[in-house]
Design a protein around this ligand. Sequence first.
Ligand SMILES: Cc1cc2nc3c(=O)[nH]c(=O)nc-3n(C[C@H](O)[C@H](O)[C@H](O)COP(=O)(O)OP(=O)(O)OC[C@H]3O[C@@H](n4cnc5c(N)ncnc54)[C@H](O)[C@@H]3O)c2cc1C
Length: 416
Amino acid sequence: MQRHAALFYIGETMNLKYDAVIIGGGASGLMCAIAAKRKNQNLKVAVIEKNDRVGKKLLSTGNGRCNLTNMNVRADKYVGSFQKQSASIFEKYDAEALLGYFNELGLMTCADSEGRVYPLCRQATSVLDVLRFQCENLGVDIFCAQTVKSIKHSNTFTVTTAEHSFTSDKLVIAAGSKAAPKLGGNGSCADYLKNLGHSFVPFSPALCPVIVNSDVLKSLKGLRANAEVRLIRDGKTIKAERGEVQFNEDNLSGICVFDLSLYSKSGDEISLDLTPDISIEELYIFLSKNKIRFANQTADNILTGVLQKRLSQAVMKQAGVKGFNSLCSELSDDTIRNIANAAKHMSFTVTDNGGFDRAQACKGGVMGSEIDEATMQSRICNNLYVCGEAIDLCGECGGYNLHFAFASGIIAGESL
Ligand SMILES: Cc1cc2nc3c(=O)[nH]c(=O)nc-3n(C[C@H](O)[C@H](O)[C@H](O)COP(=O)(O)OP(=O)(O)OC[C@H]3O[C@@H](n4cnc5c(N)ncnc54)[C@H](O)[C@@H]3O)c2cc1C
């Protein structure tokens, strides 16, 4: 087998000819290059990356630990116009199949109790390293610090950067979304794909904090609490999750809130159940006993032993208790019922999402119906392939987005 070192060209003008050019050296692009060369070692493959190194975003995933897939991967963990089609991808490439693939590349992994899979050493660098080493072994040419300026298509594709011109028979767009611009997200694929005749659902931030309106939020800044969070629209619960909620200046965050952000829109309500393991009736009885237990304490102590102090006071405020100068013994049964109700339904109005800077992923991308899920080839433009977040599919937190990036990258690569 012929082996080439991966090339890193900087500052040297060239006209280069390849069988396949991949735009984007992130999760999907690197995996696509590897799959292409594993299938056909003779294929001349180039990856063009605008950052000065490949896989910058990958290094930040899972808080630097890289949650690369989830044992429960399935289409209903995703939203977007590619959702239905993605089911057959997850049948072929479920978590086990993907982990088998990574194992062959040299990565050992482990799963936590929620099915989230990490590299055994819990370092994202190890995931990027096995991808980089494999690219090097297989002779993938990698061009860093090269932003694609234009793409022209006739019989072949011509991709130009400031320094080079690449001609190729096949082109893969693996340039990701607009999420996390500091790590490379710029959404440039939208223009490329639209110019090549595709419909594109505009990118919008997902898996991010949710900006909310509430008269108690400021008083809670910096607190964290376990809760069941519910996203409510027109009185109906759209999505419910459990986990740790973080209260910030103007937003709620935490993994469970990030998951809601995939579905939320302005005007929705986020309701927190701060005592999810007990019923409202049980809470009412408990607080009624507190009325006696803490009879001579000020009213804001009625939730002592249940919630943190600042959270108790915010709950009391939402329950309509004004001032805490009265004593617990003076609280009426109706007021105690209102307090129990407010603790089970602490309410915030959604006004916005947390923006691209704080988003881990994006909704939007190329319209699902324009991509053949069996090959990741465009149905609009022959010999053009799309993988990863450039497609209109976005998963929940827990490894689902990297899973799709890797799986779609393998399929595209094997189809080149
Ligand atoms: C902080 C953070 C944490 C995350 N944690 C997780 C996690 O634990 N698990 C999980 O499943 N998902 C996680 N994600 C989401 C996951 O990283 C992405 O879904 C995934 O990286 C998408 O892969 P991709 O190949 O489509 O895009 P990317 O990995 O973003 O790669 C696209 C590449 O294309 C390059 N590029 C863009 N435009 C051009 C251009 N014009 N010319 C040349 N190159 C270009 C970019 O620089 C980038 O390197 C996280 C995201 C963030 C921001």
